[in-house]
Design a binder for this molecule. Structure first.
Ligand SMILES: NC(=O)c1ccc[n+]([C@@H]2O[C@H](COP(=O)([O-])OP(=O)(O)OC[C@H]3O[C@@H](n4cnc5c(N)ncnc54)[C@H](O)[C@@H]3O)[C@@H](O)[C@H]2O)c1
Ligand SMILES: O=C(O)C(=O)C[C@@H](O)[C@H](O)[C@H](O)COP(=O)(O)O
Ligand SMILES: [Zn+2]
Length: 359
């Protein structure tokens, strides 16, 4: 087992990474303050791992919330089901929520924990590659609004992140590729050597080679932990974790949440960020083409949907959380491995990038 720490003073917490951790009661116990635990999961993950986790936590007063699966349910109505169960089962302020599932479950459970009785503890048990490398770490929680992704939420850190790599065995290939989008993101924004390694091992990673995937998770979590520790609430550098997301979130909202997976939209969005960085002369054509090739190698789209117009992008990107005083800011690349958050681009260049996918 490997252990990392997200260094946030009194809110610091561990990330445990290893196979079979779902069964290790001693990893959970120190982070559960009271007797009451509420496990939140979805109806795809429940038949796979809920019983195992309940056995691990035998002896606690357990409630279970099984939500409908998917991005389309990351909303107020579904969130309400968590509060309904907590109240019906008389959960008090010493309750611990456990998010067992992918990023949708993690984001919603964290948000519920931030609100319930003004805040209770929660633990992340991520079961998709995407949630193991990204969403379970860093404390961004929330839900979608029809007008924009993750528009309602809170920064609220978990007490611990317990990553059982064995849970990836049941993950469909499309979800593996979606997770690899965020892994590639870390290489593009922070670590060219890691990107080289990803390129060399992409087929094995897509095949879920256990040792290589564990290495990819550990390096991804280390980069994320470092960035979050430097800027927990995204006043500055944390925004680099949003590479490709301004374009990607617009794609998710325009297509209808769940049509394009988050990782797929981020894949196409990162290709657009690479394209725009090249058009601005910040990276050369070879670097741009290489970045796009690696995204494609992971089985991800590298172009926006043909049905999406530049006007659709402009409308949806206007609500991006990085917009300040009406000014759009984007994460672009100065070099492979070096991202910047910038408003220093001209409208013509942006339009040229937005028009790429539109025949
Ligand atoms: N908070 C953050 O920092 C952050 C970071 C990245 C993404 N996100 C959010 O995370 C979400 C995407 O997360 P995701 O890709 O995990 O999607 P997801 O939670 O929808 O899970 C993807 C699919 O995999 C299934 N699944 C989960 N674990 C499984 C397993 N072990 N075996 C088989 N099937 C399994 C789920 O039921 C679902 O159908 C988006 O809402 C995105 O906005 C948040
Ligand atoms: O942790 C972060 O910070 C990120 O930006 C990680 C992203 O991968 C993630 O998709 C996040 O939810 C996007 O945040 P948002 O603030 O743009 O909604
Ligand atoms: Zn993301």
């Amino acid at each position: 087992m490997q252990q990392l720490t997200v260094e946030l003073g009194e809110r610091s917490y561990p990330i445990f990474i290893g196979s079979g951790l779902l069964e290790q009661r001693e990893l959970f116990a120190p982070y559960i303050a009271g007797k009451q635990v509420c496990i939140v999961t979805d109806d795809t993950v429940a038949p796979l791992y809920l019983d195992a986790l309940c056995r691990t936590l035998d002896g606690y007063q357990l409630s279970r919330v099984v939500l409908p699966t998917g991005e389309a349910y990351k909303n107020w109505t579904t969130l309400q089901q968590i509060f309904d169960t907590l109240l019906a089962s008389r959960h008090d302020r010493r309750t611990t929520l456990i998010a067992l599932g992918g990023g949708v479950i993690g984001d919603m459970t964290g948000f519920a924990a931030s609100c319930y009785q003004r805040g209770v503890d929660f633990i992340q048990v991520p079961t998709t590659l995407l949630s193991q490398v990204d969403s379970s770490v860093g404390g961004k929680t929330g839900i979608n609004h029809p007008a924009g992704k993750n528009m309602l939420g809170a920064f609220y850190q978990p007490r611990a992140v317990i990553i059982d790599t064995a849970s990836l065995r049941s993950l469909p290939p499309r979800e593996v590729s979606a997770g690899l989008a965020e892994v590639i993101k870390y290489g593009l924004i922070r670590d060219e050597t890691f990107l080289d390694w990803l390129e060399a091992n992409m087929q094995e990673l897509r095949g879920l080679d256990h040792d290589l995937v564990t290495q990819a998770i550990a390096r991804s979590c280390a980069i994320k932990a470092e960035v979050v520790a430097a800027d927990e609430r995204e006043g500055g550098v944390r925004a680099i974790l949003n590479l490709g997301h301004t374009f990607g979130h617009a794609i998710e909202a325009q297509q209808g949440y769940g049509q394009w997976l988050h990782g797929e939209a981020v894949g196409a969005g990162m290709a657009m960020a690479l394209d725009m960085s090249r058009r601005l002369g910040w990276i050369d054509a070879a670097a741009c083409d290489r970045g796009i090739r690696i995204i494609a190698l992971a089985g991800l789209p590298v172009r926006p949907p043909e049905t999406m117009t530049p006007q659709d992008f402009v409308r949806l990107m206007a609500v991006d959380k990085k917009v300040l005083d009406g000014q759009l800011r984007l994460v672009l690349l100065e070099a492979i491995g070096k991202a910047v958050v910038t408003a220093e681009f001209d409208t013509e260049t942006l339009q040229a990038t937005l028009a790429q996918g539109h025949p």
